[in-house]
Design a protein around this ligand. Structure first.
Ligand code: CA
Length: 282
């Protein structure tokens, strides 16, 4: 599991990034100021750092200087969008640059690219007693290989990447099988879920969510407390955009409210669908 350093002084943005990455299978360490981050960099081996530029204490550029000798890849996450700021970051040796606001999906995709490019990929996803090798598309349970068909693996990976979130059956079908689902294809989803439950002995871990679909029960192991509203906004219903982040503070409403419009929504009967729905703003 890759160990990621997140340096961001806006607490809620930092927590949302952490939550997204934890769900995507990364181990995360948070620092909310430059000095704390510099101390962590001295004492901990990280596989990647996500750095805000404007930080109390040391700024992101100074932290980049600390990280370069260790060969730790760096992605800048910042409100600065001016070309000269991007150029400065890249010239100093950052591996990529992402400007707020951005979607969770984009961040994870950029991280995967950088990790692959720098030979730190080969990422594993873990839930309960199962570890997925997302490069070789194999699964192990308690260290023993599990025989999964390709579609079963894909379905399991989808569930594991979205632990704790209820996913509509038609979204599952679209993601795993492709194409527009009909009644028959939704039954196919049910059949594969039943097989996964049986193969893994996860009868109680893959939950049926009434009138929606399925959810991989979240392990109670983060130890990080939780954001108000939990994680359920990840696969929210598009019909209710106002309820997006389900978080009570104005700040967080601002974070979650600007989810991108999906031009295909009409064909999907208004069902919630995409993980781009988290948008991080500065
Ligand atoms: Ca900042």
């Amino acid at each position: 599991m890759n160990n990621i350093l997140i340096v961001e002084d806006e607490h809620l943005i930092a927590r949302l990034i952490e939550m997204t990455l934890t769900r995507a299978g990364y181990r995360c360490t948070l620092a909310e100021d430059g000095r704390t981050a510099a101390d962590l960099i001295e004492t901990t081996n990280f596989d990647m750092a996500l750095l805000d530029i404007m930080l109390p204490g040391l700024d992101g550029y100074a932290l980049l200087e600390c990280l370069r000798p260790q060969g730790v890849p760096v992605i800048f996450i910042t409100a600065k969008s001016a070309v000269k700021d991007r150029v400065q970051g890249l010239r100093l040796g950052a591996d990529d640059y992402i400007t707020k606001p951005f979607a969770a999906e984009e961040l994870v995709a950029r991280m995967e690219t950088v990790l692959r490019r720098t030979g730190r990929g080969g990422r594993e996803l873990c839930a309960y007693d199962v570890v997925l090798d997302t490069v070789n598309h194999t699964a192990r349970q308690n260290g023993e290989p599990v025989e999964l068909r390709r579609l079963e693996y894909d379905l399991l990976e989808l569930l594991m990447r979205n632990r704790g979130a209820a996913i509509y059956r038609d979204v599952m079908y679209e993601r795993v099988w492709g194409g527009i689902p009909d009644t028959e294809s939704l039954r196919t989803v049910d059949t594969h879920i039943a097989r996964l439950r049986k193969k893994l002995g996860w009868m109680d871990k893959i939950e049926t969510v009434y009138k929606i679909g399925y959810r991989l029960k979240k392990e109670d192991c983060t130890g990080n407390g939780s954001l108000p509203g939990g994680c359920s906004f990840f696969w929210q219903q598009k019909k209710e955009p106002k309820k997006t982040a389900a978080v009570s503070t104005q700040r967080t409403r601002d974070l979650g409210a600007a989810r991108p419009q999906d031009p295909q929504s009409g064909s999907r009967k208004g069902r919630g669908l995409n993980e781009s729905s988290i948008t991080f703003r500065s």
